[in-house]
Ligand binder design. Structure first.
Ligand code: F6R
Length: 610
């Protein structure tokens, strides 16, 4: 999620690292920092904001040390402030560390380290790690040994790089679940989270695998495992150009973000599922169980894709938590005279956390005494700061204008909130466990759907000439139909409509002829038999039917011109799987039509005006 660059060699590290950070900045980071070893000390510079703010903080008297690490942060734990920016240092300012990922057992480690006298300066999970390494490094041995010993105690994900005054030309880097590579130069070496950061200097890299540690000096690099056993690793020659690397090898950010969904959904759920209790742990709600029990009604608000996620949340909340729930367009809610009071929970959903209407709707709700929560992706954004509490999506930066991975993470977060409210009310432990298990298995199922991308690309070839497409779904998959239509229209400029399938006969059925592709979202859920009749109605009028179905389905498959299968899961979680073929379909159609997929006309990533 965040960016790491490190350098050790004969040249001053600061300028090289700033160049590397700039290469990573396109992702929209919110704070940055660097540290170098100089004359036996760690020189640390950090700033909230973009790289330019860090450059300003560096001033004209830049540190001249030749071994250093640098970081651009996309906040997950703690606000995007200077104090929370990386690198973090230990109590004695002899170590500096940068970290991507999430340390799940940070609070237990923090308590133990505080008892041993460590003093913490930030709210981050990362700082815990640097103190843990300090603790272990104090007992002799090398920095690499101390890092390995620390990582053996850590649960979670990380890509880290560490420097120490005691070993002034060494960088120790390690990876578990967060990408990292060593860039091999001539008498100088690099570490980076992304090849684009080192490509100006070398195309020879060693990609670290999970559980590996790199020990890097100007003339050498060694790879060891967490038990300090040496490993032989191949050097890869990077062929890609810079622009391709920034997109992880994908043609567009949108495709990259679609493909990231197993990981982004996993990150939304990470550390939050309590399988034994059939419940969830949501640290940021800032509402006690007693306060949550006072809530007698929920209003979900948002715009666009986030509003679609809200509709799915409504169905979940009423089915599982038995709480009356409404979903309102934020732009409508804010100017109505809505009935909310202190027993109403108003949940704002927003990827950016900056959407003007959603922010205004939440402010209006707060003014009227409602409790407010935010389901937000961007940490420290205005909505995240202003609500009473919330659930961060942790989906990682979303650059493509069309929202994809944020949507599936929003659904996952809504399922978490539903479990929280449900387990306080009518949901039994057994029902809770069933949902928790299904959630835990979801990222692997997402992966299975993504494996169908080539099939969907071929289908897109056949649909690329359509000038209208109808999307139909029922129950949990009605909002998916809306989302599928929105994806298509916004990036390919093809007119598309989403409807609840049964509404078709109240008007839109008049549109159907042999030229009209109709996309049915028809997994085998509680309304499967009902949607099957709707498919028959369309076929009877000569429509071309494309259907998203459950693996092994034969009923819809018999009628449809083309089916795309998704794995089976609980009804409430099917949208996470069924939307993916629609995202891919829209993407491949847009590519065929030659539109600017990542930056479609007239659209902005963050709508901060009403
Ligand atoms: C569609 C899309 C928009 C956003 C909407 C709300 O692909 O991205 O419809 O969902 O502008 O934005 P956020 O979630 O940032 O509040």
């Amino acid at each position: 999620m965040c960016g790491i660059v490190g350098y050790t060699g004969p040249r001053p590290a600061v300028g090289l690292m700033l160049d590397g950070l700039r290469r990573l900045e396109y992702r929209g980071y919110d704070s940055a920092g660097l540290a170098v070893v100089e004359d036996g000390r760690i020189e640390l510079r950090r700033a909230a904001g973009r790289i330019a703010a860090l450059e300003q903080a560096l001033g004209s008297e830049r540190p001249t040390g030749t071994t250093g690490i640098a970081h651009t942060r996309w906040a997950t734990h703690g606000a995007p402030t200077e104090i929370n920016a990386h690198p973090h240092t230990d109590c004695g300012d002899t170590l500096a560390l940068v970290h991507n990922g999430i340390i799940e057992n940070a609070s237990a480690l923090r308590t133990a380290l505080a008892q041993r006298g460590h003093v913490f300066r930030s709210e981050t999970d990362t700082e815990v790690l640097v103190h843990l390494i300090e603790d272990l490094y104090a007992r002799d041995g090398t920095l690499a040994d101390a890092v390995a010993a620390a990582l053996r105690q850590v649960e979670g994900t990380y890509g880290i790089a560490v420097i120490a005054t005691r070993e002034p030309d060494t960088i120790v880097a390690a990876r578990h679940g967060s990408p990292l590579l060593v860039g091999i130069g001539n008498g100088e070496n690099f570490v980076a989270s992304d090849a684009s950061a080192v490509l100006a200097h070398t195309r020879s890299v060693v990609y670290l695998d999970d559980g590996e540690i790199a020990v890097i000096t100007p003339r050498d690099h060694r790879i060891i495992d967490l038990r300090s056993v040496e490993k032989a690793k191949a050097i890869t020659h990077v062929e890609w150009d810079l622009a391709t690397i920034e997109r992880g090898g994908y043609a567009h950010f949108m495709l990259k973000e679609i493909m990231e969904q197993p990981e982004s959904v996993r990150n939304t759920l990470r550390g939050r599922l309590l399988e034994e209790d059939g419940a969830v742990h949501l640290g940021g709600l800032n509402l006690s169980d007693e306060e949550l029990l006072q809530i007698d009604r929920i209003v979900i608000t948002g715009c666009g894709t986030s509003w679609h996620a809200g509709l799915i949340g409504e169905y979940m909340m009423e089915e599982l938590a038995r709480l009356p729930t409404e979903v309102e367009y934020a732009s409508e809610f804010r100017y109505r005279n809505p009935i909310v009071d202190e027993r109403t929970l108003v949940v704002g959903i927003s990827q950016s956390g900056e959407t003007a209407d959603t922010l205004a709707a939440l402010r209006e709700a707060k003014r009227r005494g409602a409790r407010t929560l935010g389901l937000v992706n961007v940490v420290g954004s205005t909505i995240a700061r202003e609500v009473d509490g919330g659930i961060y999506l942790h989906a990682g930066p979303e650059i493509g204008v069309a929202s994809t991975k944020a949507f599936t993470s929003q659904i996952a977060a809504l399922a978490l909130l539903t479990l929280q409210m449900g387990r306080l009310r009518s949901l039994s432990i057994l029902q809770g466990r069933q949902v928790v298990r299904a959630l835990a298995g979801l990222p692997d199922l997402v992966e299975r759907v993504l494996a169908r991308a080539p099939e969907i690309e071929r289908l897109a070839g056949r649909l690329a000439d359509a000038s209208n497409v109808l999307y139909l779904g029922r129950g949990y998959n009605f909002p998916v139909a809306l989302e599928g239509a929105l994806k298509l229209k916004e990036i390919s400029y093809v007119h598309a409509e989403g409807y609840p399938a049964a509404e078709m006969k109240h008007g839109p059925i008049a549109l159907i002829d042999e030229l009209m592709p109709v996309v049915f979202v028809a997994p085998q859920d509680a309304v499967y038999q009902k949607i099957l009749s709707n498919v028959e109605e369309v076929k009877a009028r000569g429509g071309r039917v494309i259907a998203i179905v459950t693996e092994g389905d034969t009923n819809v498959a018999r009628l449809a011109d083309h089916v795309i299968e998704i794995p089976e899961t609980l009804d409430l979680l099917t949208p996470v799987l069924s939307v993916i073929p629609l995202q891919l379909l829209a993407y491949y159609i847009a590519v065929r039509r030659g539109t600017d997929v990542d930056q479609p006309r007239n659209l902005a990533k963050s709508v901060t005006v009403e």
